[in-house]
Ligand binder design. Structure first.
Ligand SMILES: Nc1ncnc2c1ncn2[C@@H]1O[C@H](COP(=O)(O)OP(=O)(O)O)[C@@H](O)[C@H]1O
Ligand SMILES: [Mg+2]
Length: 347
């Protein structure tokens, strides 16, 4: 019955979409109009509950989502100044992420879409990070080069159209955000690691020699495990010899190595494909050094850089709404049998 009803649904350009995100430790809901305009965006995080464990505990995250989801959705609807009846579709992250956590958002979204008789739009969290660049930005249109730098992924992508992606390269081992998190642990910094490494790096200098990152020989691929091991070895070596060393310098040197190669490969892709617009997405794009470096390198070469604000780089539901709108326009509607997936393809 629901499926029959959705078949006749008329797709609207200015659709008002409620987006729901629950793939990790953030319960988020947002209302997006016409794919780009944020009417509201609410986030409730359980990150404080995970700190003492040094990382996200799936069971704790799932329980926190269950408690938070109704409240977060209600707040998003209210602060958008609409009612549930104004919604044209419900978009939800179905993967990638923690299965139990994803299921909370997926079940909620299914029930809501079903009860309102409107389309349910399945969204990949990874594509969500890439579509964050469209938000509050009327000009951005494919093709453009996108740098994906998150906790689970590192890639340089040609976004050929709203729905076609060409992945030029990705990481052969650790993702850049994962490397930040692991280095944070080694340096004795608490979870979440990335922002803490950035804070410490600000007090240091780039004067520790670390191994060269994969350059030309790697094509557009990345490798972070060697860099991570070098940071560990440097620290252990110093400690074993009883030598003093600056953690801030080590953090700064790591950050430069980890980030410079991302910027370099994104610029190279822009040159090679003759595409002058560059965007970026994913949690690591909240990093100030990465943002400054991308901007200065793009400015030097007359390239247009479009970066989502920091709060749209880390997990949020607005980006799910932006990607949800693209899928909605394509008529990519899910049935009530939609399931959560721990892994989805990069793009
Ligand atoms: N300021 C920052 N500097 C570096 N890394 C950061 C910063 N802020 C967040 N991160 C990293 O971003 C990652 C989380 O980003 P996210 O895009 O949500 O990952 P994913 O969606 O792949 O799980 C974490 O690894 C975190 O350490
Ligand atoms: Mg994420």
């Amino acid at each position: 019955m629901y499926t029959e009803k959705i078949k006749d649904y008329k797709i609207k350009d200015d659709a008002v979409i409620l987006a729901i995100e629950s793939s990790c430790d953030e319960t988020a809901a947002a209302v997006i109009k016409g794919g780009r305009h944020i009417l509201s965006s609410e986030i409730m995080s359980s990150s404080a509950e995970h700190i003492k464990f040094g990382g996200v505990v799936p069971e704790i995250a799932s329980r926190a989502h269950t408690v938070a989801i109704s409240l977060v959705v209600e707040k998003a609807i209210e602060s958008a100044g609409i009612t549930l009846q104004d919604l044209d579709a419900v978009a939800v992250t179905y993967g990638a992420g923690l299965l139990g956590a994803l299921l909370v958002g997926v079940s909620y979204a299914k029930a809501l879409a079903f009860s309102l008789g409107i389309p349910l739009v399945p969204v990949s969290h990874i594509r969500g990070h890439l579509s964050a660049s469209y938000l509050e930005n009327k000009e951005l249109e494919p093709p453009f080069i996108s740098l994906l730098a998150s906790g689970g992924h590192t890639a340089v992508i040609v976004v050929k159209s709203y729905t076609e992606y060409q992945i030029l390269g990705s990481t052969l081992d650790d993702a850049v955000g994962e490397a930040f998190d692991k280095v944070a642990r080694v340096l004795g910094l608490s979870y979440p690691g990335g922002p803490n490494v950035e804070r410490l790096a600000r007090e240091g200098e780039n004067n520790v020699k670390l191994p060269k990152m994969l350059k030309g020989e790697g094509g557009y691929n990345f490798s972070y495990s060697g860099l991570k091991t070098a940071v560990i070895n440097y620290k252990h070596g110093k400690e074993q010899r009883g030598e003093e060393f600056s953690k801030a310098d080590l953090a700064c040197s790591f950050q430069c190595s980890a980030v410079d190669i991302l910027v370099q490969k994104a610029i190279e892709a822009s040159d090679e494909f003759g595409i002058n617009t560059v965007t970026a997405g994913g949690g690591v794009v909240a990093n100030g050094y990465l943002r400054d470096k991308l901007l200065s390198e793009c400015q030097k070469r007359g390239k247009t850089l479009i970066l989502p604000p920091k709060w749209l780089c880390t997990d949020n539901a607005a980006m799910i709404g932006a990607e949800g709108y693209i899928q909605y326009k394509k008529g990519n509607f899910a049935g009530i049998d939609l399931n959560a997936k721990a892994r989805v393809d990069l793009a």
